[in-house]
Design a protein around this ligand. Structure first.
Ligand code: PGA
Length: 255
């Protein structure tokens, strides 16, 4: 049984005070939704402050990125241990905005996935195709490449701790969601790839999230898909009411 995940990616938004207020609102609103794991990813400078608000709650703290090195001359970067020190237990890796604007490669994402697992952080590894790739019928090819690259060298015993987020780039922040049928087709394909790379028990255990314009109005149809184990949410995670409304629907579906 895969426990669903509702994760909010706050991206480069919110002051420290606003981040803490949002976290407090979410803690209150989701207190009863024990059927799903709830995760929020504030900006790096708000991690420690939000971590204080989340202490003793059921909401987990995630970073939006991390470096693979343990430390050293990497100006502007943060290590896994630094994230763990401020209370993060999850980390988003290879988000399409990191790949697109900051040149993150599949190899780098793989390296970070190894390091996150070693450090005890739960990695949410993002994959997804561009509109051009979808229209050129290269979606599956792209996803397979990204998934296999991200998981290269990961031990089968560690693999179920990895979370994959399928986020079609054309659906992120655009208001266009993949249809539930489109999402399910890719999620099923990802699970098949996981079974090939590892085995069916890993494939059955590993959670695959959908991301891209998820909101209260479309989550019910998405979460009803058999291979969809929750959501990674950008815009709709910036308000406690919309984020908790999504969590409520996921929780009710699980119950
Ligand atoms: P969105 O972002 O929900 O605003 O489309 C999703 C994401 O980038 O993770």
């Amino acid at each position: 049984m895969r426990k669903p995940i509702v994760a909010g990616n706050w991206k480069m938004n919110l002051s420290l005070a606003d981040s803490r207020a949002l976290a407090a609102g979410i803690v209150d609103a989701v207190a009863d939704y024990s059927g799903c794991e709830i995760v929020v990813a504030p900006s790096a400078v708000s991690l420690a402050g939000v971590g204080e608000v989340l202490a003793d709650s059921r909401v987990r703290l995630a970073a939006q990125n991390m470096h693979w090195a343990g430390g050293g001359a990497y100006t502007g970067e943060l290590s896994a241990q630094m994230l763990a020190d401020v209370g993060a237990s999850w980390v988003i890796l290879g988000h399409s905005e990191r790949r697109q604007f900051f040149g993150e490669s599949d190899e780098g994402v793989n390296h970070k996935t190894h390091v996150a697992l070693q450090a005890g952080l739960t990695p949410i590894v993002c994959v997804g195709e561009t509109l051009e790739e979808r229209e050129g019928e290269r979606t599956l090819q792209k996803i397979e490449l990204q998934v296999r690259a991200a998981l290269a060298g990961i031990r089968a015993e560690d693999a179920p701790r990895v979370v994959i987020a399928y986020e079609p780039i054309w659906a992120i922040g655009t208001g266009k969601t993949a249809t539930a049928v489109q999402a399910q087709a890719i999620h099923q394909a990802i699970r098949k790839i996981i079974a090939e790379v590892f085995d069916t028990s890993v494939a059955d255990a590993l959670r695959i999230l959908y991301g891209g314009s998820v909101k209260p109005a479309n989550i019910a149809e998405l979460i009803a898909q058999p291979d969809l184990d929750g959501a990674l949410i950008g815009g709709a995670s910036l308000k406690a009411d919309s984020f908790s409304a999504i969590a409520k629907i996921v929780d009710e579906y699980t119950a």
